[in-house]
Design a protein around this ligand. Sequence first.
Ligand SMILES: O=C(O)COP(=O)(O)O
Ligand SMILES: [Mg+2]
Length: 221
Amino acid sequence: MHPILDGIDLVAFDLDGTLIDSVPDLAAAVDATLSELGLPEAGEKKVSLWVGNGALKLVERALADALGETPSSERLALGHQRFLYHYGRDVGSRTRLYPGVVEALDALRARGLPLALVTNKPFAFIAPLLEGLGLAEHFALCLGGDSLPEKKPHPAPLLHLASHFDLAPSRCLMVGDSRHDIAAGRAAGFRTLAVPYGYNHGEPVQASGPDGMVESLAELV
Ligand SMILES: O=C(O)COP(=O)(O)O
Ligand SMILES: [Mg+2]
């Protein structure tokens, strides 16, 4: 086991960019939304830079880029609604697990460590995605970006987890791909571990100062 797990009793994982490469499906839904609104499509490269703060922010960034200005609240509300519709129609057909994810989750579970999922993605998309990937049974608790009044980088979802499992935050580890995961983890008093292969607005996640880094989750176990 990786030394970062010493003294850890709960491992919380981010989803997009950490466990799954979800940008192909996110970009398809963003592009379907933009086309419907008569705007040019964005493509996967741009969408990968906008992921990380939930669906509403993703749509706001896409509309601002296409329009060259901040979208009106009416246009944003419509875009958000259309994005949720398009993403919900096909949440996972092009989404893939990153290498090492299944081995890591299986090995941690075999050691009796409870696993949690803390994503900024809307809660409604979590179950269909996990089911499609064969991970429906792996997590003792899942929180989405709309499960609580605050989302990452706010510490509230992580503090909720620690208290749900009756653990001191210092016995919990947050594993993620973006500065929002590391900031939330640090603010909650969790240990933090970053992966470099996901989405962090085009910046290296090392810059946010995680307690550890692994190239692949397989290194955890
Ligand atoms: O939905 C997002 O913007 C990002 O989701 P994540 O928190 O699982 O990376
Ligand atoms: Mg992420």
